[in-house]
Design a protein around this ligand. Structure first.
Ligand code: 13P
Ligand code: SF4
Length: 373
């Protein structure tokens, strides 16, 4: 039997006094202004020097500001998807890790390397999936289905991870659920309903889905994407699986940010339409100047407002804050000691699984969508 039950649940994207984190509009209000060109150059060289002085490694997600991605590369750190970011902190010799991304990425680094100091430019940079999956409600959902294996996306709090049997990222979720299904396991999945539904369609696993979504990927529109495909019939369509099902149905390749990069490198298409956060465009365009990348549409012609396809929490990471945390040691991630082993177990399970598979980027390979047009 294959079941998809959407749990009626509204995301509490509300008051930071209540949640302790930034709601969407608060995040946009806190996105740092672009420094002047001279200040920008000054900050960049200051950051490179501080990274050396402090024996610190900089790890950045593909969605953060290009300056931060460039600094991570220039300093011998890493720009990566969330799976590689998790692996990196543990294996790197640096005693301080500076994570440019969102809170769950910093927390994962700390959970895996509790002996290290983990800093973030802004600790309030969160994620709508994390916000939409409060521990108490999610635990009650798990308690109501004790026969199910709890699989949670990495975009969750340390407490929610501690409640899970497995943590997955978009780079390995498909393989892990497929393996669990082969063992006859029924799955309780949270929080991203689109990713969960995609995995369910691909694997046929018996999955109960939590009703969370990424506010960025949820905005991609299938009708307009279809029109864009007609305009560029030779283009390949690359889609992150946090997108709605009708958008995924139009994809040539579905996968994590790492899979999207790999597809851009390996596919023969010269034009690629990309449905993911537009922070990815920096790397795609700098690594493939001979190819044309088009952002997938987030609204139709008649819309009066268009989503910007950029994560407000990723955008909160800026040069000034990065320099500040490196010089002061501020914005350190702390996780209660008793929580760490419980949150680490399901993450470690994921890392062991992906290491055993030895996939080059932790990705499950290019996943051509079976229903692709
Ligand atoms: P990746 O695992 O593909 O890096 O995605 C993380 C994320 O937050 C996407 O919105
Ligand atoms: Fe969360 Fe979406 Fe932002 Fe990724 S892009 S951090 S899933 S809100």
């Amino acid at each position: 039997m294959t079941t998809s039950v959407l749990i009626d649940y509204s995301q509490p994207l509300g008051d930071s006094a209540e949640t302790g984190v930034c709601s969407t509009h608060q995040a946009w209000a806190r996105v740092p202004q672009e420094p002047t060109p001279s200040r920008r150059a000054e900050l960049k060289s200051q950051i490179l020097a501080l990274l050396q002085q402090r024996n610190a490694a900089l790890v950045a997600h593909y969605y953060v500001h290009p300056d931060l991605q460039d600094l991570a590369e220039a300093s011998g750190g890493l720009v990566a998807d969330s799976l590689e970011m998790a692996r990196f902190g543990k294996s790197h010799a640096a005693q301080t890790l500076v994570v440019c991304g969102v809170r769950f990425m910093g927390e994962t680094a700390k959970i895996l390397s509790p002996e290290k100091r983990v800093l973030m430019p802004d600790l309030d940079a969160t994620c709508s999936l994390d916000l939409g999956c409060p521990t108490r409600e999610f635990s009650a959902f798990c308690d109501a289905h004790p026969e199910r294996t709890v699989v949670v996306y990495a975009n969750t709090s340390a407490e929610v991870k501690a409640r899970a049997d497995w943590v997955v990222t978009s780079g390995c979720a498909l393989d892990i659920v497929r393996a669990l299904k082969a063992e006859g396991k029924k799955i309780l999945w949270g929080p991203d309903k689109h990713l969960g539904a995609y995995i369910q369609r691909e694997t046929g696993a018996d999955m109960l889905l939590w009703n969370g979504a990424c506010i960025v990927h949820d905005e991609f529109k299938a009708f307009e994407l279809q029109a864009l495909k007609q305009q560029y019939p030779e283009a390949a369509v690359l889609v992150h699986p946090e997108s709605p099902a009708d958008v995924i149905a139009l994809a040539d390749v579905v996968g994590s940010t790492a899979v999207i990069l790999r597809a851009a490198r390996e596919l023969p298409a010269r034009t690629l339409i990309v449905a993911t956060d537009n922070g990815m465009m920096h790397r795609l365009r700098t690594h493939h100047p001979d190819k044309t990348f088009i952002e997938a549409p987030t609204s139709g012609d008649s819309a009066t407002c268009k989503s910007c396809a950029h994560c407000p929490w990723m955008a909160m990471n800026g040069l000034e804050d990065l320099a500040h945390v490196l010089s002061s040691g501020a914005h350190e991630i702390h996780i209660p000691e008793n929580l760490i082993p419980r949150a680490r177990a399901p993450i470690q399970r994921m890392l062991d699984f992906t290491a055993a598979r030895a996939a080059p980027t932790g990705a499950s390979g290019l996943v051509p969508h079976l229903g692709a047009a």
